[in-house]
Every structure is written in structure tokens, then in C-alpha cells.
Design a protein around this ligand. Structure first.
Ligand code: COI
Length: 353
């Protein structure tokens, strides 16, 4: 391939596989590629993981022209390495890039770069239930310039992190605070993109919810503060009277790949699933009528995160007795089973490295 390789002289010791947490450890190497206006993307390379030198004036530090992705690699029991829907991530990166005025990257090349780096670092894919190698591709604007405009130079990186569960709760239900002051995103803004600023915008609410004893917040729409959008950094699903409902994507919500996989699995199981607007009032009414059966977040990092408790305007409701629901559990085990090769991949979602 056209990817140049520079190897580390001394590999790092591997972390304890039982204490990985999420995003603390990085492998020996990383991928970098440069963009220069007029020249396009060039000089793809795998180099030792470590500090990079840029000027303090580079545009990403000032105006946040940055996009990222997240996906995972797994070892199968029969010794293969699987990526889960990497082309979906590569295409979504371009959706984000388009909105942030960042030049697109050929999705086939992005997947090739991911495969090359993962193959090179395959000894870092952790063993153990629920563990995987998290892949973080990202793009930053690198012009040393303080005017507000799209940059002329960028760097595309891929770094790898051996990870365990995202939340310490794992597949156990989390307590969620329904945020009615801060908002995450509005239609017409950046909500549908994976850009750094969306996560910066979420921190204050997350901190305040933590202080109140909650794991995360449930985000309401930015205009009426009425309709449910996301939960923490995840998409959100509710099982109401046998039907599954998830907020429709209307510009302010990220098009999650685990969200899409969940919808496709539910349809294949003949579970009715409806993408539509759903208000927090409707949810509380459904609870009071005994119809709110399950609630869960979906995302690459945690896969499925059941919601055991919601607090809105001072009123707490418990969902499924604060326990993981059958459907949440079935989706979790099916997706992670497809990812690690123990469940048949009938949708052709996995790509072998
Ligand atoms: C997710 O995978 O659910 C995410 O949103 C990634 C997170 C670590 C920012």
C-alpha cells in the first residue's frame, strides 16, 4: 500500500486487561495524513504514537474546525479481527466534514487506513468480555492563522485505544437527569455532526447532573425544550406498550451507527419501531399508564446503556424497576455477538481486517 511505516524502537507494556476503563491507554503507533489546498490529501503514514508539534496559532485551537469518528475492532474466537460497519463511519466523517468545511476523505481509503493500522497493532486488541480496541479517526485544521475562515491545511489522524466499558455501570441501568436549561444543539447547527464543539457544549449540563447524583442528562430540543433528542453522548430509545420509539433525525441529532443497527435488528425481529418526535410529557404519561417498558441509549462506546431512572422537573420515575430490560439485553448481546463473531452476521456488517 501507499502508507509509509515508521516503527517504534521499543513497544510499550500492555495495560492490565481488567482495568482498561475507556480511553486511557493508546497503542504504539498512529496514522497521520496531511491535506494541503491545491494538493489534496497526501503523505499517509503510520508513525510512533506520541506528541505532535503544531504552532499555538493553528486554527483548530481557536475556532474548533474539527471532526471525529469512533468505531471498534474485536478479536473473534477463531482468530479473525473484525471491524463493525467501518464504511458507515467513513461516510459519516464526510457528512461532518462537509458541514465543517473540511475536505472529504475517500471512504475506501479511510477504511484501508483503519485496517492497516489495526493490523499493525493487532497485539493491542484486548481479550476479555466487553473489551475491544476503540478506533478514533479525527481531522483538525492546522493553518497558523487567526482569521475566521475554513483552513487550507488539515491533518487526519487515527489513534487506537484498548477499552473496556464506557460507563462504570456497564450494561447496568444509569440514572438520567432530564436537562431543561442547557441545550446540546439546534436544527441548522452542528447537532448531526461529530464535531468537538458538540461535546464541549454538553459538559456543563453533564457536570451539574453528576453533582446531583446522575450519570448523564437527557437532552431536549433546543427550541421548545419539549421533545427528546439524545441521552448523554448517545441516541435514545423507548419501548412503550410493545412499540419501540426513537427520536427522528431532524438535523440536531447524530445519526448513530448503533442507532441504525438497533432499528434494523428490531425490524428483523418484527418488533414495531417508529422514528418520530416524542415529548418528555408523552413519556411521563406513558409511564403513569404503566406503558413505559424500557429505555436505553445506543452508541459505539457503551453499545447499549439501559436507563433505570429519569428525573424531570423534580419528578423521578423508575423504568422496568431499575433493571436491564429483556429487549435492551437482547440488542446488546446481538450487537456485541456480531461484533466478536459469536452471532451470525446476517446483515454483513462486519469487515475483516
Ligand atoms: C459513543 O460512542 O457513544 C460516543 O458518542 C463516543 C464518545 C466517547 C464521545
Amino acid at each position: 500500500s501507499q502508507i509509509a511505516i515508521q516503527k517504534v524502537s521499543q513497544p510499550k507494556p500492555k495495560p492490565n486487561q481488567a482495568e482498561l476503563g475507556f480511553g486511557h491507554f493508546f497503542t504504539d503507533h498512529m496514522f497521520i495524513m496531511d491535506y494541503t489546498a491545491g494538493q489534496g490529501w497526501h503523505d499517509p503514514r503510520i508513525v510512533p504514537y506520541g506528541p505532535i508539534e503544531v504552532e499555538p496559532s493553528v486554527m483548530v485551537f481557536h475556532y474548533g474546525q474539527a471532526t471525529f469518528e469512533g468505531l471498534k475492532a474485536y478479536n473473534t474466537v477463531d482468530g479473525r479481527i473484525l471491524l463493525f460497519r467501518p464504511y458507515a463511519n467513513a461516510e459519516r466523517l464526510n457528512v461532518s466534514n462537509e458541514r465543517l468545511c473540511i475536505p472529504p476523505i475517500d471512504p475506501n481509503f479511510t477504511v484501508e487506513a483503519i485496517k492497516s493500522l489495526v493490523e499493525f497493532e493487532k497485539n493491542w486488541i484486548p481479550a476479555g468480555e466487553g473489551n475491544s480496541l476503540y478506533i478514533r479517526p479525527f481531522v483538525i485544521a492546522t493553518d497558523p492563522y487567526l482569521g475566521v475562515k475554513p483552513a487550507d491545511t488539515y491533518k487526519f489522524f487515527i489513534v487506537l485505544s484498548p477499552v473496556g466499558a464506557y460507563y462504570p455501570e456497564g450494561i447496568n441501568p444509569v440514572k438520567i437527569y432530564v436537562e431543561s436549561n442547557y441545550v446540546r444543539a439546534v436544527k441548522g447547527g452542528l447537532g448531526f455532526t461529530k464535531t468537538a464543539g458538540n461535546y464541549a457544549a454538553s459538559l456543563k449540563a453533564q457536570e451539574e447532573a453528576k453533582e446531583k447524583g446522575f450519570t448523564q442528562v437527557l437532552w431536549l430540543d433546543g427550541i421548545e425544550k419539549k421533545y427528546i433528542e439524545e441521552v448523554g453522548t448517545m441516541n435514545v430509545f423507548f419501548k412503550i406498550d410493545g412499540e419501540v420509539v426513537t427520536p427522528s433525525l431532524e438535523g440536531s441529532i447524530l445519526a448513530g451507527i448503533t442507532r441504525d443497527s438497533t432499528i434494523k435488528l428490531l425490524k428483523s425481529w418484527n418488533v414495531p419501531v417508529n422514528e418520530r418526535r416524542i415529548s418528555i410529557e408523552e413519556l411521563y404519561v406513558a409511564h403513569d399508564q404503566g406503558k413505559l417498558e424500557e429505555a436505553f441509549g445506543t452508541g459505539t462506546a457503551a453499545v447499549i446503556s439501559p436507563i433505570g431512572e429519569l428525573n424531570y422537573n423534580g419528578r423521578t420515575i423508575s423504568i422496568n424497576g431499575g433493571k436491564t430490560g429483556d429487549l435492551s439485553s437482547k440488542i446488546y448481546h446481538t450487537i456485541t455477538g456480531i461484533q466478536n463473531g459469536s452471532v451470525a452476521d446476517t446483515f454483513n456488517w462486519t469487515v475483516e481486517v
